[in-house]
Design a protein. Sequence first.
Length: 85
Amino acid sequence: MADPKIVKSSVVIKYRATDGYSADTAFGGGRGASTVAAHQPLLDAYAELARLLALFGYEEEARAAAEERIKAVADWRAEREASHG
């Protein structure tokens, strides 16, 4: 069974740091007149979140969370394949 496909996505990242710096960043793309591939905003946000987590001292937690979620998808695919052939 094929994986579902993304047709549109958008992500907003907002944060404020103890040094007073704050940011509000948005990523979007997909259907309509957009020239951005539908999955690209998710990749851009993923990269920005990884950068921010490492910048603020949470690099290991970020790696562990990503690896855990990627493994969960692999397990889901294996279960789906076993039940749907």
